[in-house]
Ligand binder design. Structure first.
Ligand code: MIC
Ligand code: SF4
Length: 696
C-alpha cells in the first residue's frame, strides 16, 4: 500500500503497537536533544533511573536558554550538564554555540532518523526529513537510556506546496498561513507532512522554519521530504554521506482530516479551510453549535502568498501585514529557533545595507548559531548590521524566552519568533507580533508595521535574493565529545547547591478526595502554568520554582496558587485543576506538571489537553481527565470538593469516570483518555517509579 513519508519512518522504527492512527505505538529513538532549561531535570532523572551510559546513536546536550547568569544558578546548571554529559556519553554543545534546534539542523539532523528532544520545537529537524518529536525531559531520559518512546500513532495531514515564493515573502508566511487554516487547537495526534512541486524551491532552513513553528499547531511533528536540496545542504555542511533520498509514495493518501469547530466562533477558520483545502465538507451544528469539518489535504500556493503576521497574543491570530500596516513599532527582534539562519540574517543585512534603524525603534538580532554568527562576520554582514544600529545578541534563545529585552508598556514589538503568548516577553499586557525577517526589518527602518513589498517604493530598497551557501563554515570546536566508556568512571559530576533532586510522585489511593484549587479558561499555555523569564533559573530547584505555579494568574493580596494548594493538602485534600479547551499549549516544560505535583495536585479536568502536557501529567502521576459536556465544565467552581471513587479501577481500565461534586451536590462524567501504558505509569505513581520497577 502507498505510504506517506511519516508512515515509512515510523514503520522503520516501530518497537510495539499497530500503525493505526489513534492507537498507542512505541518507536525506537536514534537521537536525543536536551537543552539546559529542561535538560538539568532530564539528566537528574536519567541518573535517578540508574543507567550509566546513554544508549542512543547520538545524544546532544545543549546550553542555550539560561545564559544570562544572574546569580550562580545558570552556571551551576552548565557545569552539571557538561560533567554529566561527559560521564554518561552525551555530546555537549557549550553556551555560545547556538540554539539547540539551529545547531542540530546544521550538524546532526539526518534524513530518515528519529529524534526526541526535551523542547517543543524539536520538530525543526523535520525540515531535514526526519521524525523529530518534542517531549518532556523524563521521556527523553528514558529514550537516552535506550527505551522506546510511547505516543499515539498519528494521522498524517498532507500540506501540498505549489508555486514559488515571491520576493519579500518567506517561509514564515507559509507556516502562518497554515496556522490560519489548522489553528493552534484540535491537531493533537496528527503530523503535518509537506509535499508537492513547490517543496524543491525551499532551502532546508526555510523548511525548518515551517516545521519549527508547526509546534504552534499542536501537531506531534512536521516533516519535509529529503531531496536534492537536502543533499546540497548536507554537502555544504560537510555531511554528504548522511544523505538519503526520502519522500512519500506518489499515490500516498492524505486525509480525510476531521476537525470539530464552532460554527460561529470559528467561522473565519472554516472559511480558510474551504479556501485552502481539498474535498471540504461541513456538517450541521449540534446543540452546542459545533460542526464537523472534514477535508482531504491543505494546498498552499506559494505564488499567491503575501506577508502575514500573528497579531497579539496568539500564534494562531493570523492577519495580513497589509491590514495592520501603519501601526507604530518601538521594538524589532530578529532571531530564535524559527528565523535565525544564515540566509535569514543575510537577507536582513542586505536590507540594512547603507540604511539606519529608525530613531524610535530598538533593533536586536540574535544569530541562531556560532556558525551563522561567524559567517555573518566573514561576509562583512555583521559589521553592516552593527553599523545600521542593530544590537547584536549572543547566539541563544535570549528574549524569546523572556531573558531580557522586554518591551516598554503599551508599545508594539515585532519579533521573528514563534510564540507571542501574553506576557512571555516579560511585560504584562505586551503587544507582540510574530513576523518574517523581511517584515521585521521593514518595520525597523520605517518605525511602523510595513509590508516589506513597499520598501522599494518607500525607501528605494530593492529585494536581494540570498542563495544557499555552497559551503558553510564548519567548526565543531564548541561541541565536546563525551569521555570514552572506560574513562567515564573518573569523571566527577559537578553539583552546585542550587541543583536539587526532583521529587517523586506517589501511587494513587483508593479514592480521590479533591479540591478545585483553580479554574481556568481556554488556551492556557505552559507559560501561564509555569512561567519562564526571570524565574527560569529556578528550573533545577522544584521546591523553589513551585512557589510560582500559575503566578501570572495570582491575584494581589490573595493567597497564591501554591499557598492554596498547600493549605488544601493540610486539610486532607488532593489538588485538582479545572480548565477549558487546549490546556497546556506551548512548551514541553515538564515543570508545568512536576511543580503542581509537588504541591499535591493529583488531577486535571479539562475540555481538552495538548499532547506533550498530557504526557507530562501522566509521567508525574497526575490524572488527566476530560469533561464530557461543556455544561458540566461551566458548572464546577473553584474550591468545590470533588470525589472519584474506585480511583485505581478507573486508572486501570475505565473509559469514563463519575466525579461527584460534593459542594454543589451533583455528579458529572469525564472521559479517561489513556493509552494502556499510561494506565500502568499512573498506577505506579509516575514514569520514574514505573521504569524503576522494570516497566517498559
Ligand atoms: C519555549 O520556547 O517555550 C521553550 C523555553 O523552549 C520550551 C522549553 C522550556 O520551557 O524549557 C519549549 O518550547 O519546550
Ligand atoms: Fe529557544 Fe525560543 Fe526556540 Fe524555545 S522557541 S527553543 S526559547 S528560541
Amino acid at each position: 500500500m502507498a505510504q506517506t513519508l511519516t508512515e515509512k519512518i515510523i514503520e522503520a522504527h516501530i518497537a510495539s503497537g499497530n500503525m493505526r492512527p489513534g492507537e498507542e505505538i512505541a518507536i525506537n529513538i536514534d537521537q536525543t536533544l536536551t537543552q539546559d532549561a529542561t535538560g538539568t531535570t532530564a539528566f537528574l532523572l536519567f541518573e535517578a533511573m540508574g543507567i550509566e551510559r546513554v544508549r542512543t546513536e547520538l545524544s546532544v546536550s545543549y546550553v542555550d536558554h539560561n545564559t544570562a547568569q544572574f546569580g550562580p544558578e545558570n552556571h551551576n546548571d552548565h557545569l552539571y550538564l557538561q560533567s554529566v554529559a561527559r560521564k554518561v556519553g552525551a555530546h555537549f554543545s557549550r553556551p555560545g554555540n547556538g540554539i539547540c534546534h539551529q545547531v542540530h539542523l546544521e550538524r546532526f539532523a539526518r534524513p530518515g532518523r528519529t529524534l526526541l528532544g526535551s523542547d517543543s520545537h524539536t520538530p525543526t529537524a523535520g525540515g531535514m526529513g526526519m521524525i523529530a518529536i518534542g517531549a518532556g525531559g523524563l521521556d527523553v531520559a528514558v529514550a537516552m537510556g535506550g527505551g522506546a518512546f510511547y505516543t499515539t500513532c498519528p494521522q498524517v495531514i498532507g500540506v501540498e506546496l505549489r508555486g514559488e515564493l515571491r520576493d519579500w515573502v518567506s517561509a514564515k508566511d507559509i507556516i502562518l498561513r497554515l496556522l490560519s487554516i489548522l489553528t493552534t487547537r484540535g491537531n493533537v495526534g496528527t503530523v503535518a507532512e509537506y509535499f508537492g512541486e513547490g517543496v524543491k524551491s525551499l532551502p532546508v532552513p526555510a523548511r525548518a522554519t515551517c516545521t519549527n513553528m508547526g509546534a504552534e499547531l499542536g501537531v506531534t511533528t512536521s516533516i519535509f521530504p529529503a531531496d536534492e536540496v537536502t543533499q546540497q545542504f548536507l554537502a555544504a555542511q560537510g555531511r554528504s554521506e548522511q544523505f538519503e533520498p526520502l519522500a512519500a509514495d506518489a499515490d500516498a493518501d492524505y486525509g480525510p482530516v476531521t476537525k470539530r469547530l464552532h460554527a460561529e466562533k470559528d467561522a473565519a477558520t472554516i472559511e480558510n479551510i474551504r479556501r485552502y483545502c481539498t474535498g471540504v465538507s461541513v456538517g450541521e451544528p449540534d446543540a452546542e453549535g459545533m460542526v464537523e469539518v472534514s477535508f482531504g489535504h491543505v494546498v498552499i500556493n506559494m505564488s499567491e502568498l503575501e506577508p502575514l503576521a500573528a497579531a497579539p497574543s496568539s500564534p494562531g491570530n493570523v492577519v495580513r501585514v497589509a491590514d495592520v500596516a501603519g501601526e507604530e513599532v518601538r521594538q524589532v527582534l530578529i532571531g530564535s529557533c524559527t528565523n535565525s539562519s544564515y540566509q535569514d540574517l543575510m537577507t536582513v543585512a542586505a536590507v540594512l545595507t547603507e540604511q539606519t534603524v529608525h530613531p524610535d525603534v530598538e533593533l536586536a538580532i540574535a544569530p541562531g548559531s556560532r556558525q551563522v554568527l561567524t559567517m555573518l562576520g566573514r561576509e562583512r554582514a555583521l559589521s553592516e548590521l552593527v553599523r545600521a544600529g542593530a544590537r547584536v545578541l549572543e547566539s541563544a534563545c535570549g528574549p524569546c524566552i523572556g531573558q531580557g529585552l522586554s518591551p516598554a508598556e503599551g508599545v508594539a514589538s515585532l519579533r521573528t519568533f514563534n510564540r507571542n503568548f501574553p506576557g512571555r516577553s516579560g511585560t504584562t499586557d505586551d503587544a507582540v507580533y510574530l513576523v518574517s525577517p523581511q517584515t521585521a526589518v521593514a518595520a525597523a527602518l520605517t518605525g511602523e508595521i510595513t509590508d516589506p513589498r513597499d520598501l522599494t517604493a518607500k525607501l528605494d530598497i530593492e529585494y536581494t535574493d540570498v542563495p544557499a551557501p555552497g559551503r558553510f563554515l564548519v567548526d565543531d570546536g564548541m561541541i565536546e565529545l563525551p569521555a570514552e566508556e572506560q574513562e567515564a568512571g573518573d569523571v566527577k559530576i559537578v553539583r552546585g547547591s542550587t541543583i536539587v533532586k526532583p521529587p517523586l510522585g506517589d501511587p494513587p489511593g483508593e479514592q480521590l478526595t479533591g479540591k478545585v484549587i483553580i479554574k481556568v479558561g481556554d488556551d492556557i499555555t505552559t507559560d501561564h502554568i509555569m512561567p519562564a523569564g526571570t524565574l527560569l533559573k529556578l528550573r533545577s530547584n522544584v521546591p523553589e520554582y513551585a512557589r510560582y505555579v500559575f503566578a501570572p494568574l495570582n491575584e494581589p493580596d490573595n493567597p497564591t496558587f501554591a499557598e492554596r494548594a498547600v493549605a488544601a493538602g493540610n486539610d486532607g485534600f488532593e489538588g485538582v485543576i479545572v480548565a477549558g479547551d487546549s490546556y497546556g499549549q506551548g512548551s514541553s516544560r515538564e515543570h508545568a506538571a512536576l511543580c503542581p505535583m509537588y504541591l499535591g495536585i493529583r488531577a486535571v479536568i479539562a475540555r481538552s489537553i495538548e499532547r506533550i502536557h498530557q504526557a507530562n501529567l501522566v509521567n508525574f502521576g497526575i490524572l488527566p481527565l476530560t469533561f464530557r459536556s461543556a455544561a458540566d465544565a461551566d458548572r464546577v467552581r473553584p474550591d468545590d470538593e470533588l470525589v472519584i471513587e474506585n480511583l485505581r479501577d478507573a486508572i486501570a481500565s475505565a473509559e469514563t469516570v463519575t466525579v461527584a461534586d460534593r459542594t454543589q451536590g451533583f455528579e458529572f462524567e469525564c472521559d479517561v483518555k489513556l493509552a494502556p501504558r499510561q494506565r500502568s505509569v499512573l498506577a505506579a505513581g509516575g514514569l520514574l517509579r514505573h521504569t524503576r520497577a522494570g516497566g517498559k
